[in-house]
Design a protein around this ligand. Structure first.
Ligand code: NAP
Length: 248
């Protein structure tokens, strides 16, 4: 496990699924983790208590990432408490699937605001403290459907494709200050998000994956931790698919 000793890392949407795995992995690697949730306060409390029992550090924050004010306040709170911020993982995400003719404006807006705009507002908020430190890491959690598209997910796919443009532009803008920006794009991961699919749909999906199975959240978390660690010190503007070969 790459060391993240004493690094201050913010993970959005850390109360469940991939975000929870990232929080646990980073804390186990020595980081001081701050994570957000929108409504799962009981889950968030359990994660903090579990980690504290192992002498690991995590703090939870209620924060709606679709609200720019909430996001700005979150980053200011963390910087004030810790005096620094080394890593930001833009992980919080939602789906509001539907065929395009039936998709409501609010389903489009909710997905774009939660998945894409939040990554912009959080990156903007961390840019100043990271520039002062001349050091920082931003990892955006995309999806392979941002590259391949997916019927019934024009909003979600557009949000994830947008994250690639955001990643590459931010990487170019911030590289001279040693702030590295990358995107991790999972394929199919077993979480509450994919739990909405029927057993049949899951099996059909898994049959198309060259590795013939979904990823665990931990398999995504280890790749995110690589981008947060000193091991990736000359890598920026990249999209790394964690998809069992699906989009290869
Ligand atoms: P999940 O199990 O549904 O968890 C979503 C997390 O995001 C939860 O912690 C949730 O908080 C938080 N969240 C959602 N809306 C929020 C908001 N407005 N403000 C703050 N937090 C919010 O999802 P997941 O499967 O772990 O997905 C995590 C990321 O990976 C997403 O960006 C998703 O698009 C991406 N991804 C997932 C898969 C997959 O197969 N699962 C594949 C590719 C990419 P609450 O618990 O409080 O609701």
């Amino acid at each position: 496990m790459s060391s993240l000793q004493d690094k201050v890392i913010v993970v959005t949407g850390g109360s469940r699924g991939i975000g929870e795995a990232i929080v646990r992995h980073c804390a186990a690697a020595g980081a001081k983790v701050h994570f957000t949730y929108r409504s799962s306060s009981a889950n968030a409390d359990t994660i903090v208590a579990n980690l504290a029992a192992k002498n690991l550090s995590a703090v939870s924050h209620k924060c709606d990432v679709a609200s720019p004010d909430d996001v700005q306040a979150l980053i200011e709170t963390v910087v004030k408490a810790e005096g620094a911020i080394h890593g930001l993982v833009n992980n919080a995400g939602i789906t509001r699937d539907g065929l395009v003719m039936r998709m409501k404006d609010e389903d489009w807006d909710a997905v774009i605001d939660t998945n894409l705009k939040s990554a912009f507002t959080a990156s903007r908020a961390v840019a100043r403290p990271m520039m002062k430190q001349r050091n920082g890491r931003i990892v955006n959690i995309g999806s392979i459907v941002g590259q391949t598209g997916n019927a019934g997910q024009v909003n979600y796919s557009a949000s994830k494709a947008g994250l690639i443009g955001l990643t590459k532009s931010l990487a170019k803008e911030l590289a001279s200050r040693n702030i590295l920006v990358n995107c991790v794009a999972p394929g199919y991961v077993a979480t509450d998000m994919t739990d909405k699919l029927t057993e049949e749909q899951t099996q059909a999906f898994e049959k198309n994956i060259p590795m013939q199975r979904s990823a665990t959240p931990e398999e995504v978390a280890t790749v995110v931790a690589f981008f947060l660690s000193d091991a990736s010190g000359y890598v920026t503007g990249q999209v790394l698919n964690v998809d069992g070969g699906l989009a290869a």
